[in-house]
Write a protein that binds this ligand. Structure first.
Ligand SMILES: NC(=O)c1ccc[n+]([C@@H]2O[C@H](COP(=O)([O-])OP(=O)(O)OC[C@H]3O[C@@H](n4cnc5c(N)ncnc54)[C@H](OP(=O)(O)O)[C@@H]3O)[C@@H](O)[C@H]2O)c1
Length: 356
């Protein structure tokens, strides 16, 4: 069976990457691409690298144009997806790359985003541990999927094994991330001009204001449910989260640390991550003493992780690299789509990066 697909936000970074991956997917026919200010233009005017889709023209993003496809991808600025949900009621599968359907707490939405709160959809991070197994199990047959925030999924994947196994204290997490500016989208923003970021590392959303914080707390708090029901609220998770924009188009390198739980051995710590990801294709723990570079995962649907037990500091350090546009968004969306449809999970996705 071939599934017809519409991709909204097709002129943007996330939409463009979804299209790049879907263009190589044998079960998908990309029928419709939509945008906003660039509607009416050939897709390749906005996405010159997508040569195999040069026959497509960007249409306006309306419920009528998106309806009538087997699968719809929404890759719109946050707050814009919710208005299409009702109109797409008959659509078999809708995958939102935006934040509108990620959070379960209306209060967290209000605190970090504002505007109308929309119902949470199945979270599209297959390898993420849950209280009962892996998120993958919830994606089988799902009809509505919320792809993750790129920084959020990087940090959640980094720390979930330690939280689930009880080998770290999630009440004192510190994450500092080097991120490429594509994570902020393609629209013109003066602080993202080449002249502002080339040769400079620029911190932003410092001091607990970044919108991905509640998403991380939600993912990690859900894990504690199994261990300590009283700690199941996101308040049981405390995270200091600081992203720094660095001059690389794509990529995230997240360094996360948390205190070592009492009485836990180094071997038990490493075993927690090994047992969580040892059988995974797209999330890999590197051997002891090895740490990833963003260059190793560019273009790949891969999160690479290095782990160190810092006894002097009393903390576990996890360094994770992923491509924000692939594993952090479009790859997660396509992987989740494959699972939802019962297709091989890795279809149209590669574990190999582009080097040098
Ligand atoms: N970039 C990432 O690494 C990343 C990672 C994870 C999740 N996401 C999420 O993916 C979504 C898209 O992000 P992006 O980085 O691709 O942003 P982007 O590059 O700025 O693209 C935004 C897209 O949305 C369209 N658009 C803008 N306003 C619209 C409106 N009012 N109605 C309909 N379409 C509208 C734009 O069309 P025109 O260009 O024609 O105006 C463009 O196609 C966001 O919710 C973001 O949080 C992004």
């Amino acid at each position: 069976m071939t599934y017809s697909v519409a991709v909204s936000g097709a002129s943007g970074y996330a939409g463009g990457e979804i299209l790049r991956l879907l263009a190589a997917h044998p079960d998908i026919e990309i029928r419709t691409v939509t945008a906003h200010s660039s509607a009416g233009q050939p897709l390749v005017d906005q996405q010159p690298h997508l040569r195999s889709l040069s026959q497509l023209t960007l249409q306006h993003t309306t419920p009528e144009i998106l309806a009538g496809h087997d699968i719809v991808f929404l890759a719109l600025p946050h707050g814009e997806s919710g208005q299409y949900t009702d109109a797409l009621g008959d659509t078999g599968l809708v995958i939102d790359a935006g934040a509108d359907h990620r959070l379960t707490s209306a209060q967290a939405w209000e605190d970090f985003y504002g505007g109308p709160f929309h119902e949470p959809w199945t979270y599209g991070v297959p390898e993420l541990l849950t209280a009962s197994g892996k998120q993958r199990e919830k994606l089988h047959g799902a009809r509505r999927i919320a792809a993750p925030g790129c920084n959020a999924s990087t940090v959640s994947l980094s720390l979930a094994p330690g939280v689930a196994a009880g080998v770290i204290d999630p009440g004192d997490i510190v994450s500092v991330l080097a991120v490429g500016p594509s994570g902020a989208g393609k629209s013109l923003k003066p602080h993202l001009l080449g002249s502002e970021i080339l040769g400079s590392a620029n911190p932003y959303a410092v001091g607990g204001t970044h919108r991905h914080i509640p998403e991380i707390r939600q993912a990690l708090a859900a894990l504690r449910q199994a261990q300590e029901p009283s700690q199941a609220q996101p308040d049981g998770i405390r995270i200091s989260f600081t992203p720094v924009i660095v001059p690389m188009a794509r990529g995230i390198l997240a360094t996360s640390t948390a205190p070592i739980a009492d009485g836990v051995s180094d071997a038990e710590i490493r075993a927690a991550w090994q047992s969580a990801y040892g059988d995974e294709t797209f999330v890999q723990l590197l051997p002891e003493g090895h740490f990833p570079r963003t260059a190793d995962v560019l273009g790949a649907n891969t999160a690479l992780m290095g782990l160190a037990v810092d006894r002097a500091a009393g903390r576990v350090t996890v360094v994770t690299a992923l491509d924000n546009l692939v594993k952090g968004t479009a790859g997660a969306a396509v992987q989740s789509m494959n699972i939802a449809l019962g297709l091989p999970e890795d279809r149209a996705l590669t574990v190999n990066g582009v080097a040098p």
